[in-house]
Design a protein around this ligand. Sequence first.
Ligand code: MEV
Length: 426
Amino acid sequence: MAKTSDISGFYKLPIDERVAKIREVADLDDEEVDAIRNTGVLGDDLADRMIENVVGTMPMPLGMAMNFRINDKDYVVPMAIEEPSVVAAASNLAKVARKRGGFHTSHSGSLMIGQIQVTGVPDPWGARAKILQHKEDIMTKCDMCDKVLVRFGGGARDVIVRVIETMSGPMVVVHLIVDTRDAMGANAVNTMAEAVAPFLEEVTGGRVYLRIISNLATYRVARSWAIFDKDELGGEEVVDGMIKAYHFAAADPYRCATHNKGIMNGISAVVIATGNDFRAVEAGAHTFATVDGGYKPLTKWEKTADGHLMGVIEVPMAVGLVGGATKVHPTARANVKILGVETADELGMVMASVGLAQNVGALRALATEGIQKGHMRLHARNMAVQAGAPIEIVDEVVRRLAQMERFDFGTVEEVVAEVKKEKGLQ
Ligand code: MEV
């Protein structure tokens, strides 16, 4: 069969028949089919209900970060990530933070923003005034959409109206401020935005197009701070180097993107492990990094009076504990239980703390020996497997590579061949 992506009715087929079609189209062998046709803990039914055109699942390593002490409570933190070093760094730096009391957090509350775009209004400021005059009616209409949310103490809290200049002329942009409690809230907020749109058209005489949540969750911000002991970090000179690394990020968007990426290594891994929407959190975090002008680090680093390193993070954390994959995915459910968090706010504060730990780990490595040594040591396991090492010799291969301090692929191949020969595995 010629390679085609036009397979009529693919979505209607049972999973096995979809897989058969893909096997044919992509000329997969049995091993490759097994690699995609595995619904794991979800099982066929759940996987097939979660998204469309399912053929299997894509497993990712799940590690547990240790040593987190946040507001005098201990947490074991599940992290789902494919990158080596991340879980180890989070655990190591959480241990360093413990020495000086661990992490301390606060949260701005669980308010999300729903945006409604009103166009074609000749008198946008007048329209704004009229909308605000009907604020209570709008909030009542919102609350009528989600009685369960209201029962749990959530619901509409405010209506903010902005007038913005665009390439299509002025637009009136209505922000519904909604307390979504322990839900991430996209469904609740989108439903409310759609429900009040006709009323806004009536009040303004304008035409509504978009009605959708904003992922820039500026009213749902988690903060965390911790002091990292200078001696544990390697001394005052190391601390100075780390602060200079932060200043570099604050001055240069090219460095800042990488600085913030490192923070998101930690945050996104926990977001994924708990079945939350990592794209929403990533979009919110990176946009939040720009709200004061320019693109800035999500963390701030200073030296305390006695020379220790003080770190602070502030980041929007639109995550939930109810609804979506968090409740449906058995692994996410187990991970939430392992975390032992009781509210979405608490979950956000744990995630922010992991981001802070991740950042300090990266800064320390970068300001000292560089990240490659530690990283390659951990990555060596993957490289050994890639170089054909059967699983029983991987540890020995990694031990020899570490002894030689050589992690280039050529050396990995040589060492794999050497160990295989010794064990009679050639
Ligand atoms: C790699 O995934 C993350 C780092 O590049 C972060 C950083 O440079 O701060 C190490």
